[in-house]
Write a protein that binds this ligand. Sequence first.
Ligand code: ATP
Ligand code: MG
Length: 568
Amino acid sequence: MRLSNLPLTTFKEVPAEAEVASHQLLLRAGLIRRLASGLFTWMPIGLRALRKVEQVIREEMDRAGAHELLMPAVQPAELWEESGRWDRYGPLLLRMRDRHERDFCFGPTHEEVITDIARRELKSYKQLPVNWYQIQTKFRDEIRPRFGLMRAREFVMKDAYSFHIDQDSLQETYDRMADAYQSIFTRLGLSYKSVEADSGEIGGAQSREFHVLADSGEDALAYADNEDFAMNVELAPASAPEGERAAPAASMEKVATPAAKSIDQVCQQLAVDPRQTVKTLLVNGEDDAVIALVLRGDHALNPLKAAKLDGIAEPLTLATAEQVKAATGVSPGSVGPVNTKLRVIADLSAAHCSDFVCGANEEGYHLTGVNWGRDLPEPETADLRNVIAGDLTPAGNPIAIARGIEVGHIFQLGDKYSASMNATVLDSNGRETPMLMGCYGIGVSRIVAAAIEQNHDEKGIVWPAPLAPFAVALLALNSKKSAEVRSSADNLYETLSDAGIDVLYDDRDARPGVKFADADLLGIPHVVVVGDRGLQNGIVEYRDRASGDSSEVKIADIAKHIAEQTAD
Ligand code: ATP
Ligand code: MG
């Protein structure tokens, strides 16, 4: 592609609306443009990166025996009513009405549509298993679209759905999809982790997520190096501290903690370690009553674990300040488990504390030297918290935490949709039986952002070669002035293109500094610089974007040199 033909606008300034590196760089490099909240245009160079990701996914899905189809983005409400999701899906679903006053939605996912296809197309177990996939635009009216492509409202997903006569067959395809996902992320040159994930409403079903590792990731992943343990923190079990709880040593005292609202402020005022404190969070129960959850001061509540406990409303919601006031008479910062009528559930670690600090249920006061069983009843206990680095796995190995961006999710759905939507086939005994289903998603557009989160420097993007919109940036320096630079660079462009190499040819009438800066910002892996001085000796400059290393290469050898580099 000749840059002189393409209006490319890049900029140095970091856009105010962009918080994370990928969003900033995608905008600065002119790869995407924002239309409205969570809606982006893929500009020509950006689109090339998206297409590269799609291509790798297609090849690996085809290789794994899946068949590509393309379903409509717009879906009739009736199907969602059949599955029961029209009401349950909530405000994430973009609903619309046609001229005949019929309800539709813009698909956030396609389980209903594919199940409808399956029940029409498939009649016998002999046609199973089958695995269909598509690469398509989804819309989810995210409550907080942010980080650009990472959490957009309109985005590109690869979604696959498989149908089976029995669990063994489902397991086989599920395992094959897990392998295909490993191949995809490996081929894309990304550093990633596959982790066990929460299986949501369907207990017992298997589910795995694939995360690109990056500090900006929204998910925390718990893993252990010397064992096969890798889980989303949402799911990772936290064990009880070892040993007996220490016997009480202090007596309970009430101390003034004026204006201390957070654990940090309390710890500062009382000069205690957060591990010596507990915090009390009120959450909504299934009935009207609120329930008190008690965690150690340094631990964070795990909403998924809490919501699974009997009596707690799912999804978990914190009581509002008004509810807290009505239930305890004080504001949230002063609530505690002593002298309360509320049901108290303590996390295993909080239940192991002695001589601890907690809210006094009196505005502006805390209690110190508090002990379970002496100053308040022994609590009901449960695993309520997120694991942290240094916690132990069930096998006793230390847990480490990494941040990840979820780019893929595979899931065994069982008969969830086939039962409600009556998608049956005849089994080998001639009996109608609901098919079992698996579903397998990849965030195609999110991968482009995640790759940048993982691979960038102060100058710009550093594409992993398999995603790079172009393999080579060819810079013709001062080409307006020098006919020789122009003709040599033109020739090189032809030669490299003929060799099947994707070249971005910067033949613009622009200063060398602009060309260098744009090539670095765009992150093209191989840079070839054609300048007057080198040409006099038959030489061009070769630069490796990732390492910054540069070398002089004979112009006659450059095509071979590039081929060698791209073959790696
Ligand atoms: P998340 O937890 O990030 O909201 P999800 O679990 O709801 O994602 P899935 O239903 O599993 O998402 O969708 C499959 C894949 O689609 C996800 O793994 C993710 O990579 C991608 N994806 C989901 N929501 C978005 C979004 N708003 N913008 C971009 N990609 C998304
Ligand atoms: Mg998911």
